[in-house]
Design a protein around this ligand. Structure first.
Ligand code: SF4
Length: 223
């Protein structure tokens, strides 16, 4: 597996838990606001071995609640990811928590991991995925629906990048996510656009969007 980096302890990557976080290289999207854009199509990275990560987790298993697997897009690692996660559960601790961050492009891998995952953060990025990927909104919504129907604790993350999440689309986005059964949303500001325009929504606009979810009985928070 292409493990590009390891954060040994994080309190922000898994709600209410202390975890280690690994970042896997490679992504099938190219979001203008990507915080880890150097991982999209990486070159010259010295990868960390799976053994090194597992040995580290074994040493810290009584100090950490679990691990967050982020990226890049972790599901691109396919069966290697499945094997790695199974290994954590067998070699580190059976109840070692596992959170997966995904852009929602591969529901099949997530389904294979059903019994091993404790929390999933799934991105919802836009009504128009053609701006940054080869995916279609229908495919992504279907994947999100299939993933949340697995019954694993989850959150949908919406990064409030005005080029992708347009204010005139707010109502339509709420309706689409409501239709597929979404119940938990986090709205978050983006940090920096590594390409494209830097414009930020005001907190008031985020709150307006949040309230639209609330009206549909969807738990939405700004962070
Ligand atoms: S899906 Fe995530 S990792 Fe991939 S380009 Fe977008 S923000 Fe970056």
């Amino acid at each position: 597996m292409k493990i590009a980096s390891l954060i040994k302890s994080s309190t922000v990557d898994y709600p209410g838990k202390i975890v280690a976080t690994i970042f896997l290289a490679g992504c099938n999207f190219d979001c203008e606001f990507c915080q880890n854009y150097e991982l999209i199509s990486p070159t010259n990275i010295e990868y960390i071995s799976e053994t090194e990560v597992i040995e580290f987790l074994k040493k810290r298993k009584n100090l950490l609640d679990g691990i967050c697997i982020s990226g890049g897009e972790p599901t691109l690692q396919g069966k290697e990811l499945v094997k790695f996660i199974k290994k954590i559960k067998t070699e580190v601790r059976e109840d070692f928590l596992i959170k997966l961050d995904t852009n929602g492009s591969n529901a099949d891998i997530v389904k294979e991991l059903k019994e091993y995952l404790d929390y999933i953060a799934i991105d919802f990025k836009s009504l128009d995925y053609s701006k940054f990927s080869n995916f279609d909104i229908k495919e992504i919504l279907n994947n999100i629906k299939e993933i949340i129907e697995l019954g694993i604790d989850y959150e949908i993350r919406i990064t409030m990048y005005p080029e992708y999440i347009k204010e005139e689309d707010f109502d339509k986005i709420v309706e689409k996510l409501n239709t597929i059964g979404v119940k938990k949303i986090y709205l978050q500001q983006y940090q920096h656009a590594y390409k494209g325009v830097e414009e930020y929504y005001s907190l008031g606009t985020l709150e307006k969007f949040r309230k639209k979810f609330e009206k549909k009985s969807i738990d939405a928070e700004i962070r």
